[in-house]
Ligand binder design. Sequence first.
Ligand SMILES: *[C@@H]1O[C@H](CO)[C@@H](O)[C@H](O)[C@H]1NC(C)=O
Ligand SMILES: *[C@@H]1O[C@H](CO)[C@@H](O)[C@H](O)[C@H]1NC(C)=O
Length: 850
Amino acid sequence: MLGQFWLKCNSKSLKLSMRSSLGGFRILVICLFLVCSIRTVTAEDTISMGQSIRDGETVVSAGESFELGFFSPGTSNSRYLGIWYKKISPGTVAWVANRDSPLSDLSGVLSINLQGDLVLLNSTNYTIWSSNSSKTAQNPVAVLLDSGNLVLKDKNDDDSTDNFLWQSFDYPSHTLLPGMKLGINFVTGLNRFLSSWKSLDDPSKGDYTFGIDPDGYPQAYLRKGSDILFRSGSWNGLHWTGASTLKPNSVYTYEFVLNENEVYYKFEILNNSVPSRMVLSPSGQLQRFTWIDRAGRWAPYSATMSDQCDNYDLCGAYASCNINNPPGVCGCLDGFSPKSPGDWNIFDWSDGCVPRTPLNCSETGDGFLKVSAVKLPDTSHSKADKNISLLECDKLCLDNCSCTAYANLDVRDGGSGCLLWYGNLIDIRDYSDSDSGQDLYVKMAASELDIIRKRGQFSKKHVVIIVTSVIAAMGVLAIGCIAYMLRKELKNQGRTENTHQFLDQSNKDSRESEMELPMFDLTTIANATNNFSNNNKLGEGGFGPVYKGKLIEGQEIAVKRLSTTSGQGMVEFRNEVLLIAKLQHRNLVKILGCCNHQNDRMLVYEYMPNKSLDNFIFDEKRRKLLDWGKRINIIEGIARGLLYLHQDSRLRIIHRDLKASNVLLDHEMNPKISDFGMARTFWGDQTAANTSKIAGTYGYMSPEYAVDGLFSVKSDVFSFGVLVLEIVSGKRNRGFQNPQHNHNLLGHAWKLWIEGRPLELIDESLDEACPSPEILRCIHVGLLCVQQAPEDRPIMASVVLMLGGERSLPQPKQPGFFTERNLPESLESSTSKHKFSSNNEITFSLLEAR
Ligand SMILES: *[C@@H]1O[C@H](CO)[C@@H](O)[C@H](O)[C@H]1NC(C)=O
Ligand SMILES: *[C@@H]1O[C@H](CO)[C@@H](O)[C@H](O)[C@H]1NC(C)=O
């Protein structure tokens, strides 16, 4: 019975995955799934002299882990010779031979030629790929090993690496398999690095590479072309200094080897039924996948480039990046100050920092400041010596004028060895909040050290307060000055309303941005919307009415006419809109332009034909159109959009009014969050703060926000959790009724959860023959997001991983606001003073609540 159940589930989730446009890897898995439906003729693991493999025939490794043959990736018709997984996740391609020279038909033949090389011939017997080994053997055979390594060796030799004349592991494609070395052989010059596919349909070499760079002290770089995108940091004996998450675990072991002959990184899996692989995706994501998903999907385990501070050299020289300090994540190291303070204050950190006091370069004139818990700077201009102590290291650095810093080479056993930096210190990351990272000793003038030490004698708290208030005061002053100057200039222009003229006389940055964001004039918009006719009105959003429009060129648009009471100046408005325009993500509604006519302000968005999510999930008929595949796609999309706002975009944005009516659906039912950045536009940009203006929607607001006006990313997480439970159940949180209790939807879900009946929450119109484990996971994640205490709720990055089935989920605690009676009285009474339409959805804005 149970077996049958699962069989059905599995075929279902397969369909789901194909429908889901998210998660490219999934599609890859599925597409390649189709590949393996080709006939398996040969079941041998060996090709000998005189034998050949034709298209349609395959070689299978002895333990049946891997298979070698011809395939077409994705929707491509071209044929490639490759190696893919055979037993688990069949069809996931791990290696491609002729990635840059595809076969156009089924005529490919693989054999061993007279020189003892593996060759791939096309219909005209032209060699389109060859192993080109430099060594030869008496009796060469090609064997596909169970590790996924295709090797060429003498028939009588055993399977040890020294015997291989050639091996596919030396020529990685986009995948690092267990046992494969990533790195460089200094003797032969062989450099093994990953290079991405062009697209899921095209395995030819794409833009991205990931490999070890031997300059200075070796470290791994992720590059796009020759540009470095991400740096792993150097190896400190335990892990890469930029990858503190690399820890002993139950899935794989790893090692880093550096000697005069070679440098490499390698991992081995501990249990063959729990495989692991590292893949460089066509979009440059370096991800590790481990197999856990019951539906047959590779589950992501970790990924690089997961936050802003992973961007290589984001902060410039002598600065460090701390992800917990948004939006200004970059900060100069102690004793250094921004080289271009103007740019620095508008978050352009590229010029970095310079010493406040120049170095003396004499034994007595300079010293070192210990900077704790950092990802060590780029080591491409550094020298390492494992036999030198830290004390000698200090002396060596002091003696050489071009030495700028030093650190322990190896952190094991309390630290040993010496790593010395010459030149600028770049790409440092501050890990002081997470307790990982390493100590770095930065050289600076002795007089500067004195100042820092004296300052340290103050209570630290005082310093922070003094410094912040000084900075704040200066900031207010500066903003005031700039605003005043801009206004004055504007007046001098003769009060014209011509926005272009206004834009032209502002700085170069806005001129660049102007290209990105068209200004529409009022006539255009009035024409497009039939003069804002009621027939064109799509609805009333939190910030004013929204109209549908059609530009003369035929493009459909949605125009949001902002209520005029925002009290915001034109400069601020324009800057904010430019900022929103820079936020681009597939799960955020795209802003096309704006219009500002005598304080009549409008934002122009792409038009979403399927309107908003609430039109579907809360509608008797239309909710049937949303099967589970679409719903999970919507949930995951919202999660990614929100994660981008919270973490991945250059500035941290808290939405503050996430709800079903703010999630729009495009023609393929992909979710797009709208009204993001509006909160910022209208309420300033603190990340966690106390506000006297509460904006939000009942049913979606977290307790700490509704009651105390305290908001943080965790209040968005709460709203997201509500949304997830609404999508799963098809019911609104507020206004939810159940004859058995007074709880709202959260309370109902919680009750079902603790009573062990969570599946009863699922929308009856979700006609699933079997409730997928995915649905259960969504309910679980939803409950984790709506927990009473903000610190218990996960951040969006974890939510995305949890939804992907990667993390084990903790037990949720009681949700916040789970009965209507939980609402604070003050709120109840103050809201009653406001006029509410009968639907509970309307956004309200409370001035000076409490
Ligand atoms: C390997 O993993 C499988 C599946 O998770 C498990 O059943 C088995 O006990 C594991 N074997 C070892 C040796 O840990
Ligand atoms: C300082 O170190 C650099 C890099 O190792 C070296 O090229 C230079 O000669 C050294 N200078 C002195 C004065 O020793």
